[in-house]
Design a protein around this ligand. Structure first.
Ligand code: GDP
Length: 310
């Protein structure tokens, strides 16, 4: 993807001015305690609004938006412990993200994955102290595709798509050492209000009570403008100190025939988040069609896990 190649070639050349002290301190500190990895939203009242972008499809505007995207990423870097901010170079920033890779990043490839169980309540989830990373998103956001893409096995997401399992918490053990947790999708158009309420209580119970939860990957569909339900979800997680990473899906859809392109949608989403959060959570661009972001996301997950495991 042009955007990513261009982004990668930029020199980060960070100075303390680009990352205010309060930001880096907060990020480093909160990394130590995964429960505080994410900042608390400043306000949530504007979360439902979606900002518009003035970019168009002409190359001049696209170039400007590329450099704006890179500048924005540099101003809100996610800096893990063990990284000297003054010495940062572009090599340590994952392409298509604001994520700095530090010394805790390690073995990230998935060799083995097994379905363990489906749970109806947080207290029914597997009882061991292995770390877990949960995957959450609106129905149709591309959650099953992303899970398949990460583990490179079709059966995994198929399990969670089986009737009766879509509304459950599904645990998959990876390399016998950590879990991927597939959470029920939200925003089903055809689900009754009562069912939606149940979903909330049930999933919220998981977030608030699961001690081994390292991070939530909150999936955001980059092919559509910011959605109120996603922003509400992000704000709720932030308010409750649940660590999250935004994973933008469907970033291959660069040639949208109608509506805005993914880079414009992503920018609009990030601007709203920036207004609502004291510290911008990590984000990464992915596509399960083109393979974009897979290795980078796995690496990011490895550093979150390894630090948590300390
Ligand atoms: P889920 O309901 O969140 O599990 O979503 P799915 O994984 O079933 O995907 C929903 C739809 O989006 C399907 O038609 C997928 O083929 C499509 N989709 C998922 N990921 C991508 C992607 O990265 N790029 C594109 N172009 N389409 C995708």
């Amino acid at each position: 993807m042009v955007l990513l190649l261009r982004y990668r070639s930029l020199t980060i050349n960070l100075t303390p001015l680009l990352i205010p002290k309060s930001h880096s301190f907060h990020t480093l500190q909160s990394f130590r305690n995964p429960k505080n990895l994410i900042s608390i939203p400043r306000i949530s009242s504007s979360s439902s609004s979606s900002s518009s972008s003035s970019s168009s499809n002409n190359p001049t505007t696209t170039n400007r938006s590329i450099s704006d995207a890179a500048k924005f990423a540099k101003s809100v870097l996610f800096v893990p412990p063990g990284v000297e901010i003054e010495e940062l170079t572009d090599d340590v920033v994952l392409p298509g993200s604001n994520i700095v890779i530090g010394p805790f990043a390690g073995h990230s490839q998935i060799k083995e994955v097994e379905f363990v169980k489906s749970s109806a309540r947080a207290r029914d989830c597997p009882k061991d102290d292995r770390p877990e990373i949960a995957i959450l998103g609106r129905s149709n956001v591309g959650k099953s595709s992303l899970i398949n893409f990460l583990v490179r096995k079709k059966e995994v997401a198929l399990t969670s798509k089986k009737p009766g399992k879509t509304q459950l918490i599904n645990h998959f053990l990876v390399n016998k050492s950590w879990y991927i947790v597939d959470l029920p999708g939200y925003g089903f158009a055809k689900v009754s209000d009562a069912a939606k309420t149940d979903w909330s209580a049930f999933t919220k119970g998981y977030f608030l009570n699961r001690d081994t939860l390292v991070c939530v990957l909150l999936l955001i569909d980059a092919s559509v403008p910011p959605q109120k339900i996603d922003l509400d979800c992000a704000n709720w997680l932030g308010r409750n100190n649940v660590p999250m990473t935004f994973v933008f899906t469907k970033c291959d859809k660069m040639k949208a025939t109608k509506g805005k392109r993914p880079d414009e949608n992503i920018k609009a989403f990030q601007q709203i988040i920036r207004e609502n959060f004291k510290v911008h959570p990590p984000w990464i661009l992915t596509s399960s069609v083109s393979g974009l972001g897979r290795d980078e996301l796995l690496l990011h997950m490895s550093q979150l896990r390894n630090y948590w495991d300390q």
